[in-house]
Design a protein around this ligand. Structure first.
Ligand SMILES: Nc1nc2c(ncn2[C@@H]2O[C@H](COP(=O)(O)OP(=O)(O)OP(=O)(O)O)[C@@H](O)[C@H]2O)c(=O)[nH]1
Ligand SMILES: [Mg+2]
Length: 509
């Protein structure tokens, strides 16, 4: 049968009578379901006999990107199942056709021309499809896809113009101001141009618009005057508030979490890093999807819509749920791997020292200084997303030094969860270095944020040294040292204090 089908070419990129009869004959005789893959010329590229779930066809790379999947069902079900639809979506087929051999009826599922949902034709008797002109439908979809890619490109090419919105309590403090500045540098890192900032002082939060409808209308007029593309809130918005605000402001509305996620999405390099970012994005996205509809695009592209790598976040709820499970499984594997490595380290008795600290504190610079590793150092938030480990020797002692992702106040809950496999490493270290940028006026606050997170990770009982960094920038006599935690003053940049730090490390491991 394979020979018979392999060199056959169907008309119009559709099933024909010959193919149908052949499929039927062999399906019935073998009592097995059969699938074929058609390329765009209508040639049969592949014949697959009874894979229970065609969605699990894994050698997706050998498929041309654009192709159709046609398969038989022995039962009387002739409409596509959830699984069939997710095959269509995930494997990027042009269309998927389900044929019931019992009823001789079939249904095809394909992307609608708005690219927002899946359309179906059928169930109809199989003969109906022999003359169906699917090619023009498909080219319509292609055309739309190209247009959208163009829009996406222009949007990502030019810097997006953002309006920042914050809500402060009646008794606002310096810290509120600081957090707003922090959002501004997050935006800078994410490549967004901050055009204006609106701060509202209010006692309570409006459940529908967060800021109250009057203020929201005021913001709309600012957006129109200043050609704003995106409105960024410095507080966490509920899914309903995002929806209401987007409807009123006619612009993309995102919050602080989205900005951080966006930065993470651009920066994740390793497979694990990417998986973790994707997981965090999906966990954030899920509660924002309402109903069972297919959410295919938030307004436009740009910030808040990027996935790790080049993929955009265009996924429906079921698919998300499945993907979340998939990622968790993969991360579980990574974790197992880590455990094995950890065991062998324990057996070899090589102590582990972890560098943690607020983002931009100088962790990677310190790592490079100590181990001469080449870790990306940048005056940007979250330069490091993937952990790096290096072997260090000092005074006849050996230890492993690990650089980690930076901490930040209000680190999105989903990120902590998603990055747990990376952050978990900290829990198994013999010593923790909390790197603190003392040139930042809020350094004490940063110490607290980082050490609170250690508590959350269950790492609060591990010996810790506070490494007060950047002493080349400030006069250390003006620096207060808090609590009874061991500390050292260093400049990771010019090397001052590093020997003392190394001595302190080997004393403690
Ligand atoms: N003046 C001075 N600048 C420093 C020192 N250490 C680091 N920096 C600068 O601080 C910025 C951040 O340094 P990184 O080492 O990337 O900081 P990080 O903590 O790894 O940051 P993330 O990975 O983004 O969380 C860079 O511009 C460094 O050059 C220091 O001792 N003195
Ligand atoms: Mg770093």
């Amino acid at each position: 049968m394979i020979q018979k089908l392999k060199f056959h070419q169907t008309e119009e990129y559709m099933i024909d009578e010959f193919v149908y009869n052949t499929l039927k004959e062999f399906s019935v005789n073998l009592n097995k379901e059969i699938a074929i893959v058609l390329n765009r010329k209508g040639r049969i590229e592949e014949v697959i006999i009874e894979k229970k779930e065609f969605a699990e066809l894994e050698n997706q790379d050998s498929f041309p990107k654009k192709a159709a999947l046609i398969f038989t069902r022995l039962s009387s079900v002739s409409h596509p199942s959830m699984l069939d639809l997710s095959t269509l979506i995930m494997k990027k087929y042009d269309y998927v056709m389900t044929i019931s051999l019992k009823t001789e009826e079939a249904t095809i599922a394909f992307w609608g021309s708005l690219l927002k949902e899946v359309e179906t034709v059928g169930p109809h008797k199989i003969e109906y499809f022999y003359n169906l002109d699917i090619s023009s439908k498909i080219s319509e979809v292609d055309e739309k896809q190209r247009e959208r890619e163009k829009i996406h490109e222009t949007l990502t090419e030019k810097d997006e113009r953002a309006l920042l919105v914050d809500v402060w309590p009646k008794s606002s403090s310096e810290l509120d101001r600081h957090l707003l500045e922090e959002l501004e540098s997050l935006c800078k890192t994410a490549g967004v141009k901050v055009v204006d900032t609106v701060v509202q002082v209010r006692r309570s939060i409006d459940p529908a618009y967060f800021i109250g409808r009057g203020k929201a209308e005021e913001i709309l007029s600012i957006c129109q005057q200043k050609d704003i593309d995106v409105v960024i809130f410095n507080r966490e918005l509920s899914p309903a508030q995002i929806k209401n605000l987007e409807e009123l402001l006619l612009r993309k509305v995102i919050d602080r979490t989205d900005v951080i996620l966006d930065i993470f999405a651009r920066r994740a390099k390793t497979k694990e890093g990417k998986l973790q970012v994707e997981l965090a994005q999906l966990l954030t996205l899920l509660p924002r999807l309402r109903g069972t509809g297919v959410l295919l695009s938030r307004l436009g592209g740009g910030i808040g819509t990027r996935g790790p790598g080049e993929t955009k976040l265009e996924i429906d709820r079921r698919h998300i749920q499945r993907r979340i499970e998939e990622i968790k499984k993969e991360l579980e594997k990574v974790k197992k791997n880590r455990e094995v490595q950890r065991k062998s380290r324990i057996e070899n008795q090589v102590p582990v020292v972890s560098i943690i600290g607020y983002t931009n504190a100088g962790k990677s610079t310190l790592m490079n200084r100590i181990s001469k590793a080449d870790v990306l150092v940048e005056d940007k938030l979250f330069a490091t997303l993937d952990t790096t480990t290096r072997r260090v020797y000092h005074k006849g002692r050996e230890f492993l030094l690990t650089d980690t992702v930076g901490f930040i106040r209000n680190l999105p809950h989903h990120l902590v969860e998603a990055f747990s496999s990376t952050l978990e490493e900290v829990k198994y270290s013999n010593l923790i270095l909390n790197v603190v940028d003392i040139s930042d006026p809020y350094y004490y606050d940063h110490i607290k944020v980082s050490e609170d997170l250690l508590k959350q990770l269950g790492a609060e009982n591990i010996p810790l040294i506070r490494v007060y960094n950047k002493i080349d920038k400030v006069d250390i006599s003006s620096v207060d040292v808090f609590d009874n935690v061991p500390y050292v003053f260093v400049s990771a940049q010019d090397g001052r204090g590093i020997d003392t730090l190394l001595d302190m490390i080997v004393e403690r491991i």
